[in-house]
Design a protein around this ligand. Structure first.
Ligand code: ADP
Ligand code: ADP
Ligand code: ZN
Length: 222
């Protein structure tokens, strides 16, 4: 890779953005930047942004652009992002997309690819409902689709404690899906208009999707 890449992973809740972002980090040395993870950390720390975001996240809505942009800009200022970033779960509204364009322009950077992971609504519900992660290293697992090789032990770190997200429940999933279709799906056309949109079949197996994404990274950073 000759220069720092800026990649966006677009897709509904459960599309596999986090799973793929972590694999891209390992393979290409890129840095995953997940606004969901940053917001959950702010909630856990009880910061003012976290306190304001918690109720919205629990209800499955989108946190205000102001809060998300402040958190994102802060993270983008850290030196490790110079290696190239994978934006996971950001932008999620047209306002965030425009703010990102302005932020990157100010740094002489641009978006290399906005990759839409396409999954249907039924698969999204199944993915979110069975999701859990290692409490120690954050590795993602799924009740049906991705179990640890040895039951109850994390493949990556050997940890034995796992957790589930409070918002991965049947009541909240509908609201998150509605928010995705209303506010985030329009970004597919936005990035298509800028000539950076790539579409990947998110219904495929994890490794097949990783291959598709790897090809895109090679192509856009060659
Ligand atoms: P997102 O970050 O887009 O919300 P995740 O990466 O957390 O999605 O994936 C949601 C759940 O689906 C996780 O439990 C993950 O293990 C599982 N998963 C991810 N990609 C696939 C796939 N291609 N096929 C089946 N299950 C998957
Ligand atoms: P997923 O892709 O599985 O829905 P995330 O971890 O990306 O989950 O997001 C979890 C929640 O955090 C969202 O439902 C929303 O409330 C909030 N959130 C994350 N990223 C953003 C964003 N870019 N803009 C607004 N809200 C966000
Ligand atoms: Zn682990």
């Amino acid at each position: 890779m000759t220069r720092a890449a800026v990649l966006i992973l677009l897709g509904p809740p459960g599309a596999g953005k986090g799973t793929q972002a972590r694999m891209l980090e390992e393979r290409f040395g890129l840095v995953q930047l997940s606004t969901g993870d940053l917001l959950r950390a702010a909630v856990a720390q009880g910061t003012p942004a976290g306190l304001a975001a918690k109720a919205v996240m629990d209800a499955g809505g989108l946190v205000s652009d102001d809060i998300v942009l402040a958190i994102l800009k802060d993270r983008m200022a850290a030196p490790d992002t110079a290696r190239g970033v994978i934006l996971d779960g950001f932008p999620r509204t047209p306002g965030q997309a425009e703010a990102l364009d302005a932020l990157l322009a100010g740094q002489g950077q641009r978006i290399d690819a906005a990759i839409s992971l396409d999954v249907d609504d039924a698969q999204m519900v199944a993915r979110v409902s069975g999701r859990y992660t290692c409490a120690d290293c954050g590795e993602g697992y799924h009740d049906q689709f991705k179990q640890p090789a040895s039951a109850g032990t994390c493949d990556k770190c050997g940890g034995t404690a796992f957790k589930r997200r409070a918002d991965d429940n049947a009541e909240t999933v509908g609201a998150r899906l509605t928010a995705y279709h209303a506010q985030t799906a329009p970004l597919i056309a936005y990035y298509d208009g800028r000539g950076v949109l790539r579409r990947v079949d998110g219904m495929a197996a994890i490794d097949a999707i990783a291959d598709d994404l790897g090809s895109i990274v090679h192509e856009v950073t060659a």
